[in-house]
Unconditional design. Structure first.
Lengths: 447, 458
């Protein structure tokens, strides 16, 4: 069956079986990917994933069944399975209902690119080779350790018992390289670079160039003493260390479950005044943009932090219903076989005015870190790990690359200790748009 | 029988070598959070893939359709991809000889979880959740999840291999969050085995719930551990992470080929005499156990380090030929959407004979590190993984508990510094991400060594 036909059929079938209400979410994704390993094409794959996930409610008991088979018979069996699970489930007193249909916004621009959807294995391979060649051209000492380039085209259909019946499609092109540099028997630490785009506006050359540059720059590293100092984060590391705990704390599900340190802080200052963060599901060309979220609720723009003050939380329909308010359109599902959770659409940090080298010039004693190999406790905010692709900064200059250096601190303290916000914002794999950020009072640990 | 369909489709192959796999993964997930049921899920994902070799060039294609014509199409796509990408390849694949197996394997189970009463399983999760929340008034939130994953696998190759495997895994995990005066922390515990419900007799879900609740409660207002290099005891539950992250990845032949720390080190000493490290594909109950890997190669117990000396690496058929050794059965794929790559199975450090007290006796000032979090390694041997709790050790005695931090070091320095090994061996369940995720086992006894703690600078 087509996706468009499968979801209304599923909802109708569930209702006939005696469901109080039901929702069906179907997805088809075509992925063309090329995996590079040790300077070689390790594999080239074309895969089509498809399936349907059905949520059925009976007396506040929620059953969820899924299947990768979209035939009529299989969809009907999946509905029966969902009913049987709903009957076994313990009723959830917090359950209110699936969302009601609303007028949908216009399709955000730049979310589907026919030419990305049409890329063949060979085309994606060419993109990968362009990145590969750029790395080699940049620096002869550079070698590709691994990498992956993917062109993804997906279609989604959602229907529910309250009139939602919507479909949308999108494309995504993403690629990364991990580079090392070799010189006189020395092997540098692994450097990571990526690009991510909804359209063909994608630069394999800058991935290759930057990965090689970073790898070569980390040759001949030294250790430093342990100290408490400043830390310059690029978009990727700022996103990992600061944005994950921030996102976890504004997730209404965590707020309601008392798992957010910001649960009682609406209207209070939680970060320095220059920090403005917005979730915008309708951003043009946005990595996470779409017409509606994973429950069929319209995407929207939600202020999260304004001048460092906590303005709002992100909701799906379940968390919104618990507070008798409207969902902010932040339901997200990894795939048809998982349940919707709350996640950012595009989490945008408003850029500042300074370029990265101007930010470095502000640092009296500290480090710059472009890759983080560590753990971030999103609820308590603690982060701790190895500073990779890191350099020691003294009096505004990067003096030498670092080795065997760890960092630790707390993201919530760090948000209060932001010294500067850069201007070069870029998208990350967590659907955030982040500029470089300079934070103070970080533990720098060495041998 | 899907195997018969695969064999029938194989007949249409024109490639030099073809492997076809069928995979159906059915999962049941039960989740209760804060006393309320948020998930009772069941479903399946199934499909078929083909991997074709044409003049040394691989091609791969998969489909979720089980219709013969679609399976044949995937086979043809794989073959044409192999042909098309050949001119761009610089290295060509050849495969080590393996006798094509005709065999069948099923997980040994005393209590088949697929036949269990769902209501009984729901009760088990519910009781654990109630117990976690009731631990103390500081526990404000929790989640308890129990899942049964049933893999139905078929493998057929143009060489004549005909293999079916039925692998059933049970996993459980608990998260407990404690809150007190503006402080908040969470603790995590898990269980998992390839087995029936008897896994719960060995370690009841309610018990790991208690460990998580106790830890979150204890650490909610505790300070973070300091930073620097310290002598430590790594708890048995996290030694598997050391074996896996620090050493295991460096012994995967594709990484060795790329110049990992272990390249060229067979026969050389890289660890303390008391360290023996193995990757075992047949460890009873191991989450990474399979009788055959996804190239149809029988798995085995592969010794990587014996008494401190490197013995061998983990191989696919391709790397085995290149290294002139036998294939070890380490080529694994997450599901039919992926081609097999070299992965660990159940990686562990062999047991010693000391008690925790004896391990602590050797430490003047250090930490007993407990509870694992995520890890990663560079192929230079520099690794890291998170710990949840750091118990102070002073003059051989255990003291107060601090919040754990991420630890790091060079794997082989850390292994050379292992100077005592405990007798409390356990095997744990884990997930490993290397391009594609997979189920693995990680094990070992508690041991004493030196690592760097990424904590607070004095």
């Amino acid at each position: 069956m087509s996706l468009q036909a499968s979801t209304p059929l599923a909802v109708k079938t569930c209702e006939k079986l005696g469901a109080d209400e039901a929702e069906a979410y179907a997805q088809r994704t075509r992925t063309v990917e090329v995996v590079l390993e040790r300077a070689e094409i390790q594999s080239e794959r074309v895969k089509v994933q498809q399936g349907i996930g059905i949520r059925l409610v009976k007396k506040k008991g929620l059953g969820f069944a899924f299947s990768s088979d979209l035939s009529k018979a299989s969809v009907e069996t999946t509905c029966r399975n969902a009913l049987s699970l709903a009957r076994t489930a313990i009723p959830n007193p917090d359950w209110v209902s699936f969302p009601a249909a609303e007028k949908l916004p216009k399709t955000p621009t730049g979310t589907f690119d026919e030419s990305v959807a049409a890329l063949s294995g060979n085309d994606v391979l060419k993109l990968a080779m362009r990145a590969f060649d750029a790395a080699k051209k940049q620096d002869k000492r550079a070698e590709i350790d691994d990498g992956k380039f993917s062109a993804i085209a997906s279609e989604i259909a959602v229907s529910n018992s309250h009139g939602i019946e919507a479909t949308q499609k999108g494309t995504l092109l993403e690629g990364f390289l991990v580079c090392i540099a070799k010189e006189k028997g020395e092997v540098s630490s692994m450097a990571f670079e990526y690009d991510i785009s909804r359209s063909m506006k994608f630069s394999p050359e800058s991935i290759g160039k930057s990965a090689a540059e970073k790898a070569a720059a980390s040759l001949r590293p030294k250790t430093t003493e342990s100290f408490v100092g400043q830390l310059v984060l690029d978009a990727d590391t700022a996103s990992t260390i600061l944005l994950y705990p921030l996102l976890s704390s504004v997730n209404a599900d965590n707020v309601q479950r008392r798992r957010s340190l910001w649960a009682d802080k609406l209207g209070e200052k939680v970060a320095v005044p220059p920090l403005n963060v917005t979730d915008d599901g309708l951003l043009s060309n946005g990595i996470g943009s779409s017409i509606f979220d994973a429950e069929g609720v319209p995407r929207q723009k939600t202020p999260v932090l304004t001048k460092g003050v906590l303005k709002g939380f992100l909701h799906n329909s379940f968390t919104a219903n618990k507070e008798k308010r409207k969902s902010s359109g932040n339901a997200s599902r990894e795939n048809y076989n998982t349940l919707p959770v709350v996640f950012a659409s595009n989490l945008i940090v408003e850029p500042g005015k300074k370029k990265l080298d101007e930010i470095v010039s502000l640092v009296d004693k500290g480090i710059i870190m472009r890759r983080f190999s560590g753990n971030v406790r999103t609820d308590s905010g603690e982060f701790s790990g190895i500073a990779k692709q890191a350099g020691y900064i003294e009096k505004g200059e990067i003096k030498y690359p670092l080795k065997e250096t760890m960092i630790s601190g707390n993201a919530f303290n760090a948000l209060m200790n932001i010294v500067a916000i850069g201007r070069e914002t870029r998208p990350t794999f967590m659907n955030s748009y982040v500029p470089p950020i300079l934070i103070d009072k970080v533990n720098i640990v060495s041998k | 029988m899907m195997l018969d369909t695969l064999v029938k489709c194989l007949g249409k192959s024109v490639a030099d070598h073809v492997e076809m796999r069928y995979h159906r993964r059915e999962a049941l997930t039960i989740s209760i959070r804060d006393g309320k049921m948020d998930e009772l899920n069941k479903g399946f994902v199934e499909g078929v893939c083909s991997r074709a070799l044409v003049k040394g060039s691989w091609g791969f294609s998969s489909t979720t359709s089980l219709e013969e014509k679609e399976i044949v199409k995937a086979l043809k796509d794989a073959t044409s991809l192999a042909r098309a990408s050949k001119p761009k390849k610089r290295r060509f694949a050849n495969l080590a000889e393996v006798k094509p197996a005709e065999d069948s394997y099923t997980t040994k189970m005393k209590r088949d979880p697929r036949k269990a009463d769902q209501e009984e399983l729901v009760r088990l999760v519910k009781d654990t959740d109630a117990n976690v929340r009731g631990f103390s008034k500081r526990i404000v939130s929790d989640s308890v999840v129990f899942a049964v994953i049933d893999d139905d696998l078929a493998f057929a190759s143009s060489e004549g291999a005909r293999i079916t495997q039925r692998i059933v895994r049970c996993t459980g995990r608990v998260m407990a969050t404690a809150r007190e005066k503006g402080n908040l922390t969470s603790a995590y515990e898990s269980i998992g085995e390839q087995s029936g419900l008897e896994v719960l007799e060995k370690t009841p879900l309610i018990e790991i719930g208690k460990v998580a609740a106790e830890r979150a409660d204890k650490l909610v207002s505790a300070p973070v551990a300091p930073g620097g290099v310290f002598p430590v005891i790594l708890e048995n539950k996290i030694v598997g992470l050391l074996a896996h992250e620090a050493v295991g990845h460096c012994s995967e032949a594709d990484l060795v080929y790329g110049g990992s720390f272990l390249a060229g080190k067979v026969g050389k000493k890289v660890a303390s005499n008391i360290v023996t490290l193995v990757d075992d594909g047949r460890y009873s109950g191991g989450l990474g156990t399979m009788k055959y890997d996804d190239e149809g190669v029988p798995t085995e117990k592969t010794v990587v380090i014996e008494k401190g000396v490197v013995k061998g690496f983990l191989h696919s058929r391709e790397t085995a030929l290149e290294f002139k050794v036998h294939a070890t059965g380490n080529a694994r794929a997450w599901n039919f959407e992926f081609d097999p790559i070299i992965r660990m199975r159940n990686t562990y450090i062999e047991t010693g004979d000391q008690s925790i007290e004896e391990l602590a006796e050797g430490i003047k000032e250090g930490y007993f590190l407990k509870g694992g979090l995520g890890g990663q390694a560079d192929f230079t041997g520099e690794f890291m993984f998170g710990t949840q709790e750091a118990v102070k050790i002073k003059n051989g005695r255990l003291g107060e508990s601090l919040r754990g931090v991420t630890i790091s070091g060079n794997a082989f320095e850390v292994l050379k510094n292992v100077n005592a090994i405990g007798k409390d061996f356990i095997m744990r369940a884990g997930m490993c991400g290397k391009e594609q995720i997979n189920y693995v086992g990680m094990g070992g006894p508690s041991l004493r060594t030196k690592v760097m703690l990424g904590g607070v600078t004095k």
